[in-house]
Structures are given as structure tokens and as C-alpha cells.
Design a binder for this molecule. Structure first.
Ligand SMILES: Nc1ncnc2c1ncn2[C@@H]1O[C@H](COP(=O)(O)OP(=O)(O)OP(=O)(O)O)[C@@H](O)[C@H]1O
Ligand SMILES: Cc1ncc(C[n+]2csc(CCOP(=O)(O)O)c2C)c(N)n1
Ligand SMILES: [Mg+2]
Ligand SMILES: [Mg+2]
Ligand SMILES: [Mg+2]
Length: 353
């Protein structure tokens, strides 16, 4: 199958004309560029919208490898990672443009499976796939997705809006994806123990919450927001630096799932490592004005969504600190309180030595 037949094989008949029309697409896959009339996009915004644009790339051996992700998972996660960035602005995702670079030996069927997963994610989040690019690659697959979205003009939730006194929150458990990856890279006997299904699923099929971002925006109480791709420590540092303040996290408040604890115990690893530095959690971390935290938590819980207050923002030079659990505490007290530990700007970094 040649390049053009392959593209048709991966994309033709996947989404109806009606699906695309409702997102304002007036010209989809097949010409030099797609055309979108944003005034026709049904995003349900409260007022005029701005365009959001994000791109994230997945590279074989860096973001996935044989044994960690099926082809379908690669397509799903490449889009989901971008949904997480749109959610982290408080926005609604709309259109995806997909670039794939495929080693010639991979064959058209393998890429079709990547698209099977990508379209599952598109369906789940209401996204129209409107174009892309295809090239060969020397030895490994690369999938890059550009995603548009929309958000009420001037209301997008930035990293820079936190203020001293704000409560710091996360919208889901931490460290599960890193634990799942650890298991997948080490599991000798194929199918992992069902006890660990949740951590494996967290790695292969992350579920960013657009609804969580929308609730935060509509609450009027959210001052800053980021999504956790590189790890909580790294993302908290981004909030601290963008907002010019110190973030203090409490170890005892960090949400830890049962399957993470069980697997960490089995693997002999401190789960806190994964929770702070693992990454690929695709939950939201941010701050709310402290007086509004209870109402936001209530709104989340009413919709069955998790919401955890994990610390606070304080005036000071950009920094991230952790108040450890008493078990990790060596007994020292600094001015009558448990000594805080500085959290390094460590996390997943593509250019670390
Ligand atoms: N090569 C690049 N050229 C221009 N801007 C870039 C480039 N790479 C990243 N950026 C910009 O830098 C900022 C931070 O990007 P980054 O990729 O760290 O964010 P993210 O997508 O939230 O994180 P992650 O990639 O871990 O999911 C964004 O505004 C992004 O658009
Ligand atoms: C085989 C394999 N090895 C390592 C990892 C871990 N990993 C890769 S990229 C990344 C951060 C997010 O990426 P980005 O910053 O590009 O969005 C993490 C935690 C993995 N997923 N698969
Ligand atoms: Mg990025
Ligand atoms: Mg992000
Ligand atoms: Mg990202």
C-alpha cells in the first residue's frame, strides 16, 4: 500500500460528516490544509471563545516500547496527553492534526491499529481528526498530535495565577503510571497480576479530565492550573516559578491508590518516588483561593470526581517543599513544627544527562 492509500486506510470512514460539522469543520482530511469555522464549533462555552493550541509527541523507546504499550495504546495516549494540556487551560478540545513517522518495515496494519486507539480517544473526548502528515522513519515510530481547543476569552487557567494563601490541589491519584511502567518493564510472565490492573491501565490509557478543568474554570475560585506530565514535583515547580511563590506539599495528603501501595511494597520501592517524580499522571494540579476550596471540592464530589487538597502556596522565592509524614521524620523540629524537606526540580526531563 502506498502512502496515500495508507492514509485512507487509517482514517477513511472513521468519523461522520455530522461529527466533523458539529466541530465547525468545513473541510477535513484530503486537501492542502483543513478549514474550520470556529463560530460553528459547538463547544458549549459561556461567552466568546479563544483558540487553544497544544502539541505533544511520542517517540518509540522514549515514550513507549515493545511490551509497555500496544499499538492501539500509543495512538490513544498520544491524543490523551494533548487532551490533558487543553484540560489544564480549562478548555474544551476540538480538532486533532496527527503526524506519524513510520519505519518501512512496520506495515500499514500496525499504523491502522495506532489509529484505532487514536479514534477511540477522539470519540471519548468529542474530537474531530482533521489532518496530519506521514513520513518514513529510519528505525523507530514517532507520533505527534496537535490539538486545538477553545476556552472563554480571557478566562484560560494559567500557571502564573497562584497567590500566597491559596490551597494546592490535585484531581487524581499520583504515581500510578510510573508504577505501571515499572511493572511492564519487569514483568517476565506476560499478563500482569489482575491486582495491578489499575496501575497498568493508568500507564497505557490515562484519562485526563476535561470536566475537571471546566469545573475549575466555572468555579471562579481556581487561580492557577497545570497538568502532571513530568511528575508532581516538576509541575509544582512550574506553578511556583510562573506565579513567583513557594508551594508547600504535605506528604500525608498526597492521594495514593491501593494498587500503587501494593505494587510498591512488592517491588521494594518507596511509592513517594513515583508520586513526586514519576510523571505521565495526566491529572491536574493547581491552586484555588482558600475560601473557595470547600465549594470546589463539593462540586467535584457531586459529579463523582476526585479532588484532594495537598498543600498551600506561601509568599517567598519560587520553591517547592514537602512536609513529610512522621514516619519519615527524623525527629528534628524547626521552630516547633515538622522540618520541611526541599523538593528538587526533578522529574522526567528529556535532556537530563
Ligand atoms: N520546540 C519548541 N518550540 C517552541 N515552543 C516550545 C517547544 N517545545 C516546547 N515549547 C513550549 O514550551 C512550553 C512548555 O512546553 P512543555 O512541553 O514543557 O509543556 P507540556 O506539554 O505541558 O509538558 P509535557 O511535554 O511534559 O507534556 C509550552 O508553551 C510549549 O508550547
Ligand atoms: C519505554 C518508556 N520509558 C520511559 C517512560 C517514561 N516517560 C517517558 S516520557 C515521560 C514524561 C512525559 O513525556 P513528555 O515530557 O514528552 O510529555 C515519562 C515519564 C515511558 N513512558 N516509556
Ligand atoms: Mg509538551
Ligand atoms: Mg502540560
Ligand atoms: Mg503536555
Amino acid at each position: 500500500m502506498d502512502e496515500f492509500a495508507s492514509i485512507r486506510h487509517w482514517t477513511a470512514g472513521r468519523q461522520t460528516a455530522e461529527w466533523q460539522r458539529r466541530r465547525g469543520v468545513t473541510l477535513g482530511i484530503g486537501d492542502d490544509a483543513a478549514a474550520v469555522d470556529l463560530s460553528l464549533a459547538e463547544a458549549g462555552l459561556d461567552g466568546a471563545g479563544s483558540l487553544l493550541i497544544a502539541v505533544d509527541t511520542m517517540v518509540e523507546t522514549v515514550h513507549f516500547a515493545e511490551g509497555t504499550m500496544a499499538d492501539e495504546d500509543v495512538g490513544y495516549k498520544a491524543l490523551a496527553a494533548n487532551v490533558s494540556d487543553i484540560a489544564a487551560m480549562g478548555g474544551v478540545p476540538l480538532h486533532a492534526v496527527v503526524s506519524v513517522s513510520v519505519p518501512s518495515g512496520y506495515g500499514s496494519e500496525r499504523m491502522r491499529r495506532v489509529y484505532d486507539g487514536l479514534y477511540v480517544c477522539a470519540e471519548q473526548y468529542g474530537i474531530a481528526v482533521i489532518g496530519g502528515d506521514t513520513t518514513s522513519a529510519p528505525s523507530h515510530m514517532v507520533v505527534s498530535v496537535t490539538l486545538t481547543g477553545t476556552v472563554e476569552t480571557g478566562k484560560e487557567l494559567r500557571r502564573s495565577g497562584a497567590r500566597p494563601g491559596d490551597a494546592v490541589f490535585v484531581t487524581g491519584p499520583l504515581g500510578m503510571s510510573a508504577a505501571g511502567l515499572h511493572l511492564l518493564l519487569r514483568e517476565e510472565a506476560g499478563t500482569p497480576d489482575s491486582e495491578y490492573a489499575a496501575i497498568v491501565a493508568a500507564h497505557k490509557r490515562p484519562k485526563p479530565s476535561v470536566l475537571a478543568g471546566r469545573l475549575l474554570l466555572k468555579s471562579g475560585a481556581c487561580r492557577s492550573l497545570n497538568d502532571v506530565s513530568d511528575g508532581l514535583a516538576s509541575e509544582a515547580w512550574e506553578l511556583a516559578e510562573a506565579s513567583g511563590l513557594r508551594i508547600v506539599l504535605e506528604e500525608g495528603r498526597l492521594p495514593k491508590s491501593g494498587s500503587l501501595s501494593a505494587y510498591a511494597a512488592k517491588a521494594g520501592i518507596d511509592p513517594l518516588e513515583w508520586m513526586l517524580y514519576g510523571g505521565e499522571d495526566y491529572v491536574l494540579v493547581g491552586t484555588v483561593e482558600s475560601g473557595g476550596a470547600d465549594a470546589v471540592q463539593k462540586a467535584f464530589h457531586e459529579r463523582g470526581l476526585p479532588f484532594y487538597i495537598i498543600g498551600k502556596a506561601e509568599a517567598g522565592e519560587p520553591d517547592v517543599e514537602l512536609i513529610p509524614l512522621p514516619k519519615n521524620w527524623n525527629g528534628e523540629r524547626a521552630s516547633g513544627r515538622i522540618a520541611r524537606r526541599k523538593i528538587g526540580k526533578r522529574g522526567y526531563n528529556h535532556f537530563d544527562e
